[in-house]
Design a protein around this ligand. Sequence first.
Ligand code: NDP
Length: 489
Amino acid sequence: MKEQLLKMPGQKFAINELVMGRWPGSNLYYEVQVVSFDNITDHYTVKYKDGTELELKESDIKHTSSFRSKKRHSGSSSPSRRRSRSRSRSPGRTSKNISRRSNSQGREIKEVKKAAILETKLTPMLRENSVGRYNGERYILEKTDASLSFTQVVDGMPLSNGKALKYRINGFYAFVLTATSVGVSLYFKMGLYYVYDHFLQLAVSATVFSVLLSIYLYVRSYKVPHEELSLAGNSGNLVYDFFMGRELNPCIGTFDLKYFCELRPGLIGWVVINLVMLLAEMKAQNLDAPSLSMILVNSFQFLYVVDALWNEEAILTTMDITHDGFGFMLAFGDLVWVPFVYSLQAFYLVNHPTKISWPIASAVIALNVFGYAIFRGANSQKYAFRRNPNDPKLAHLKSIPTATGKNLLISGWWGLVRHPNYLGDIIMALAWSLPCGFNHILPYFYVIYFTCLLIHREARDERQCKKKYGLAWEKYCQRVQYRIFPYIY
Ligand code: NDP
């Protein structure tokens, strides 16, 4: 028998009405039933399909009709229909710490909320999809309107206060705009060679700027609420905190300083500097066309940067964004280290003519393609698996369960070594150095430094995963014995 919908004056949603309720601390909306309304707090008690009851604010509830148009558009069936086919589970049910009793007490509700925030923190963001899946459960991701039609605005990972910042995904367009400006400068012969001539001065200026920026960031961090500080940079030691960064997401208005610096000036600056080196080489060595070595270095690194900007959204789940504060380490890394140090191979080639034969060049290209295939394959496989573990395209992959409800891949790229993406990245780094020959160590600085960086990073991630997944992680390590290099390390 159909339940009666009851609505008091001032109440937007009726008792017994089926609505979409936001899971606390996330963007995920589930079909829920309104159980009661408290006209003193203006909160609704809603019931999820698995019986979990939570209190939600009116702003966290939406009419199901506001989602239906999207579902029809994407051609998928309603979440509730799909849910009834599979075993219904809310994210909260996946955590062993969460009470599932329908008559949850206030303390239990807090527990549920806390765990939900924790779990959604571990969930990668989705690209464009309005419908996704979490631990086998379908959910709907609220899309945010972008004021510019060519940008996509997405929510970042939930912060400790349960809120999520909004990020404008338009790095690729920023790159296209820069490329157009560079093209126009070249057309009007505006002398990009200046950058090569003043390479050191520009690097020093960028360093001074990053120091000033870090001082500004350090000072302003004392004005923000404690909950907006990073866990990593608040030791009380001035030097350490200045280096690590105190504030997690410093913003001027809606302009997020860390997010902006992470990809745009550094990565885009890197390929612009590489191009300048290419022009400088032609001028210095009186060439009609750049050398094959220079073309290879430029093309390989161009591909890497375009790939990062094209997949910009993936950065929202990285440690830099979710964990580290914005201080000298990231400011210097983003604004100085990446553009001026990563371009050292191209810089070296300007005054060190290096001839390589086509067979050698072909072998180096093959090595870069090989590295890229591992790097992209591994990153995409994990991203797809985290986004939708039940994706039929991933059905051939084996995984093991963990207590958090998330599974760990034990076959495919992630069954080869524990960090196949690092392996691919290091192979590419080697391919970027080889076109420079073997006469000098400078072009090999990047691959040596980067290998050390990723070995250290792998150890950090390993510690965190051990903490996060406990026994399941140990089981994974037994199955997949090597960390980065098969049969070596
Ligand atoms: P990863 O993308 O490797 O992410 C590590 C996380 O993946 C773990 O914490 C865990 O998180 C998840 N994970 C680990 N094992 C498995 C598994 N078997 N199955 C499913 N999920 C698993 O880390 P990074 O952010 O360090 O690297 C991203 C990319 O960026 C890499 O390609 C790296 O090479 C590159 N990079 C480049 C740098 C540069 O300067 N050029 C610097 C640093 C990184 P969870 O389970 O919570 O999802």
